[in-house]
Design a protein around this ligand. Structure first.
Ligand code: SF4
Ligand code: SF4
Ligand code: SF4
Length: 253
């Protein structure tokens, strides 16, 4: 996508203050969650339907100190090749914004949870209503020319929002040899400026959309949409020639 926007995450600048987590909850009106210590200082320990971003705390080896803390902000990666979009059977329930983000429409989501199986990064979570809940790259802010809430709040510049290509060039000028997400899955909307191997930061190497999702998207999904179209056409024909459906005794209201 030519004018793709992205969030560049620079763990070297992150202090682990978690202001990005609070900003996300504040903007999206999500409640706090009770957490418990799981042997790691990340809090909460995982994403949830009420926690759309979190900071991963990594204890890395160091030559001159007992250990080195790495703080890695984590959320939906807004993949160009998005498994969740490929597998979703409902048109428009997961959609691409004009900035290239992968956003959701809760009114259309039927809660089938197929997107969970199709995501290489284990991002989708579901609320009490069963519907998909994940970072939308603050689509409601960006479409009104405001940056995502987390990037606006980050006090250290560890999160920056802008044109994807410009962010990559800026990171490379700053000496980051590897920009995770530059080419992965066709390009990610959440990219990382790393000095060390991505694995050290807890990132997945060579992420891929599962084969069964590719097969579904290529061969079976078009058939299923034709079937849905067939049912809709049959319903219209029935209405035109037979008239509106009348409830029978025993039908639910
Ligand atoms: S990270 Fe997962 S949920 Fe986000 S766009 Fe990629 S496939 Fe979809
Ligand atoms: S972009 Fe918006 S929805 Fe996504 S993590 Fe940041 S604040 Fe939350
Ligand atoms: S607000 Fe910025 S510095 Fe603080 S935890 Fe989030 S990314 Fe790190």
């Amino acid at each position: 996508m030519a004018n793709r926007k992205a969030i560049l995450i620079s763990p070297e600048l992150c202090t682990g203050c978690r202001a990005c987590q609070v900003a996300c909850k504040a903007w999206n009106q999500l409640p706090a969650e009770k957490t418990k210590f799981s042997g790691n200082f990340a809090s909460p320990a995982d994403l949830s339907s009420n926690t759309l971003n979190k900071v991963r705390f990594v204890e890395a080896p160091s030559e001159d100190k007992p250990l080195r803390w790495l703080f890695v902000s984590q959320r939906c990666m807004h993949c160009e090749d998005a498994g969740c979009m490929k597998i979703c059977p409902v048109p428009g329930a997961i959609y691409r914004t004009k900035d290239g983000a992968v956003a959701t429409d809760p009114d259309k989501c039927i809660g089938c949870k197929l997107c969970s199986a199709a995501c290489p990064f284990d991002v989708p979570r579901y609320g009490k209503d069963g519907k998909l809940s994940k970072c939308t790259m603050c689509a409601d802010r960006t479409e009104n020319s405001m940056p995502p809430a987390c990037t606006k709040t980050c006090p250290t510049g560890a999160l920056t929002f802008g044109d994807s290509k410009e962010l990559i060039a800026k990171a490379k000028r700053a000496g980051y040899t590897k920009v995770y997400g530059e080419n992965d899955l066709g390009g990610l909307g959440a990219m990382y400026a790393f000095k060390d191997a991505p694995l050290l930061y807890g990132m997945k190497e060579n992420p891929k959309v599962p084969e069964m999702v590719v097969f579904w998207h290529k061969y079976l999904k078009p058939l299923s949409l034709i079937s849905i179209g067939g049912v809709a056409a049959a319903t219209l024909l029935h209405y035109a020639f037979v008239g509106p459906h009348k409830d029978k005794e025993g039908d639910d209201e």
